[in-house]
Design a protein around this ligand. Structure first.
Ligand SMILES: [Zn+2]
Length: 352
């Protein structure tokens, strides 16, 4: 039998864990699938749900044929016993209506209500909440009530890259299953299989810097973002001669040009800051590997040079917090590059 799980790369340990729970008939009512963004947690959750619905796979086995009526209907998004909610596009909060129903129908629709209903086509009702840490207090409290007295036939999967941000009372009622970044080889396979690139060379280059996240890989493969990275590298090529006004103007322009709104501008700015962090980390590696030609090595030696890069990285992190807190992109970048140039001139904090 072909398996729908063939689509999944990695996460064997987690598959084994659920296989064992199913075989022993000890599946819990609620799990948090926790781990970095873009590594396949939602996909894993959907496969788990599909396996429980599949008509060709025994209830105690973690498998799905991909062909029976249940599997096909699940793939088409029309299986009646399955509910999936998450962030609406461009929003950073899961609407309360999705969890507990609209104001007029509070408690009579939404995820918690649907979970309480008798399954229509199978033995279970299964719900996935993507980015579960993005529920607001009201949504979280509604879910908590369901978790306190879970309907017998319900299975709830909370997907989160920030499980510590979940209400502790929610977390304590779920079994937390940790997921880890994809290996470079698995990442390459996914990028090629899903035709995100047709060049094996490019797939490898991206896989080596995306930290095992397909979301990051996808962003890195975006031509505009690639161009932004090049612009940044050009601006920083002589870190010690960084021209803050010119660099921040060039980067700000590039970000404005590639973004259609302020939300996208913020997101692309965060990417740029991540690239900047990568570049500084590369610099740090060269320095500690004793690259004598490295300008920081020449000026400060290894120890102070490394301290300086740590200071610069700290400053980049601050900029990232400012963007998260809705500070204007242009202003954040101007002060950032200005500070970086000044820090380069006067050396590490520890030397002052
Ligand atoms: Zn099936």
């Amino acid at each position: 039998m072909d398996s729908a799980w063939d689509k999944l790369k990695g996460h064997q340990e987690q598959r084994d864990l659920f296989s064992r729970s199913l075989a022993n008939r000890r599946l819990s009512h609620a799990y948090v699938l926790a781990g970095q963004d873009g590594i396949g947690k939602s996909r894993f959750g959907r496969l788990l749900a599909q396996s429980l619905f599949c008509r060709n796979s025994p209830p105690e086995s973690l498998d799905a044929c991909g062909e029976c009526r249940a599997c096909r209907s699940f793939d088409a998004g029309s299986w009646p016993d399955y509910i999936e909610v998450g962030l609406p596009p461009g929003k950073n909060e899961i609407p309360i209506a999705a969890i507990a129903g609209s104001a007029e129908k509070r408690g009579r629709e939404g995820l918690c209500f649907e979970l309480s209903m008798t399954p229509q086509a199978s033995e279970r009702r299964i719900a996935i909440i993507n980015d579960a840490h993005r529920m607001n207090a009201e949504g979280a409290n509604a879910l908590l009530k369901t978790l306190e007295e879970p309907p017998a036939q319900a299975l709830i999967l909370l997907i989160s890259d920030s499980p510590d941000s979940l209400l502790p009372t929610i977390r304590s009622r779920c079994q937390v299953v940790r997921f880890f970044p994809l290996s470079t080889e698995d990442t390459i396979q996914i990028l090629l299989n899903e035709e995100m690139t047709d060049s094996e060379q490019e797939a490898r280059t991206v896989a080596e810097v995306c930290n095992g996240s397909i979301t990051s890989a996808q962003q890195l493969l975006n031509p505009e973002l690639r161009e932004l990275r090049n612009t940044l590298e050009r601006g920083l090529i002589k870190l010690e001669k960084l021209n803050p006004i010119e660099t921040s103007r060039e980067i700000t322009n590039a970000i404005e040009k590639m973004s259609s709104g302020t939300d996208e501008q913020r997101q692309n700015t965060q990417w740029m800051l991540r690239f900047l962090g990568d570049l500084l980390n590369q610099q740090l590696r060269k320095l500690t590997q004793g690259d004598l030609a490295d300008p920081l090595h020449k000026r400060f030696g290894v120890r102070s040079g490394a301290d300086l890069v740590a200071d610069l990285l700290d400053r980049v992190l601050t900029a990232s917090f400012q963007i998260d807190a809705n500070s204007p992109v242009k202003l954040v970048l101007e002060t950032l590059f200005d500070d970086l140039a000044r820090m380069m001139r006067i050396g590490p904090t520890s030397a002052r």
